[in-house]
Ligand binder design. Sequence first.
Ligand code: GDP
Length: 634
Amino acid sequence: MKKENKQGKRVYELAKTLGLKSQDLISIMEGLGIPVKSTLSTVDNETYKLVSDYIEELKSKVKEKKEELESIPHNITLEEFGKHFGIPVEEIREKIMKFGLPYKPNYKYTREEVHYLAHELGLKVPPFIDENFKKKLVKRPPVVTVMGHVDHGKTTLLDTIRKTNIAAKEKGQITQAIGASSVKIGDDEIIFIDTPGHEAFTEMRLRGSLVTDIVIIVVAADEGVKEQTTESLHHAKAAKVPIIVAINKIDKPGADPEMVKHQLADRGLLPEEWGGQTVYVQVSAKTGKGINDLLEIIKLQAELLDLKTIVDAITSGTVIESRIDKNVGPLATVIVQTGVLKVGTYLRAGNTVGKIRFLRNTLGKNINLAQAVSAVEIAGLEDVPEAGEIFFELSNIEEAKLEKEKIEEEKKKAREQGRTPKTLEELLKEMEEMEEKKLFIILKADTQGSLEAVKRAISEIKSDIPIEVVHEGIGGILKSDVLLASASKGFILGFNVRPVQEAINEAKSRGIEIRTYDIIFELTDEIEKLLKGIKPKETKEVVIGRVVVKQTFKVPNVGTVAGCLVTDGKVLRGSKVKIIRNNTVIYTTEVSSLKRFKEDVREVVKGYECGIGLKNFNDIKVGDEFEVVETQEA
Ligand code: GDP
């Protein structure tokens, strides 16, 4: 007994007890620094314990990892992924192709794909990523969008970039651009979307995909930051896309790049050289100065983003632009984001299907296939898809037919349901189910002073839900404000300003709530109550009609009378009216007299003309609008 204890067990016996092959045990022991001569060697008790503890630990680790990985669902659609992890599917769809995974509604994602996607989205999953899967992910070029104020040089910059990069012999061959350009720097490539501007950017985003990886904000060095510079900034920030600032027109005599840096630093873009994160590049789109620096910076930023895609996957991507050619029919420029697009591929793009007849690269040359990530123009779709819509591959003509039926059904459903505006209450309710609760606001006011006052008042609202002003500005509420509200899942607050017609239409179709106020206290009071989950005040003002002033008359002893047309709803004698000039409320009063021809009347409805006199207000001008309001029970 004593002898056995001292000598211990033989290696092959030990291996048997531990459930291992003798050879494996020998290599493990050698790894632990215990030399073993043969399977017949004996192991003393102390070593035996050391080895068996080590192996038990190894086994439990492997098991833990396996269990963790097995808890990740597999063979699920994106919709199911969203449900499992509690994220809205639109949010994932917007980003998935950027990570290099294909998008297709009924596509079933494998465990590795689900794991990778969850990991990239920052969800709580084990950090381990399948080595074989990692090998499928290949480096891809960045997709860049140029934004900025009108006339600051966006178009010229894109033109110059294109020309810088085209070999001299090719210059003459290019007849037309396809909606995107590709620039080569050594072995690397950059793809530029040729439609500049923040409205186009956000509109695209709203249709589904966020294809842009990097935003360049162009600011003219002689003019500095302007309205649309700030708007661009807010749109890029809302999409959480990295920004590079190109200070343009440095060749001009009045150029002042430092001023631009100061102005943008005040808006949260602190330059790198001042300890911030934003890279500023000085360029002249006209002379070409600094353009190579800009390209290098984009390349560097792309490297930091570590952009990847999977070529060995089904094909999917985003539509950038589309048009109808009278000889060829519908043409669309797309960015292929995953897989390979080939002549003959069936696909669905937005609300249309087709089979690729031909492909053209960014130089306008016909090619047979386009590999992710690249920009190409495609022919063969039955109709024109819209910019921003996603496309994906269909396996055959049968699937294309099925998909076409689906499109018809979806269209029919959309027609039947219509869209009902989303109220702030509904927005808050939706928010209850979201992990990160935040109320996003687009704030417009009539003057800088009132904008500041409203902002201060909002910041003083006591609530557990933080409020973030995504964009602020002076003047009427515009279509781009509605687009931004829609993309940020927020709503619009107007103080002493009103939406323009285009914005009203856009808000209606997108279901965005616009709330306008003329008293700060009312605005904050209502938001505070809403945030507390309390019903808003018992009564509220509703607009019951709109009237536009066509002519004005001076009537002795009465004052100014307006010859008006009722454009919407109705107006009553005694109605409360808000006078709107240049989308701004300039005065609130009552209708003191209402006439049809010479007759006093009680009410006039849409489509009819009338004469209106206002209480205490004579400064009526042609083009003024009266918003007729009524106080109603909420
Ligand atoms: P966009 O509205 O932002 O697309 O601006 P454009 O590219 O159309 O440029 C507006 C004007 O500025 C045009 O007349 C351009 O020639 C001029 N421009 C653009 N970049 C430069 C530049 O770097 N230097 C100078 N001097 N003029 C420029």
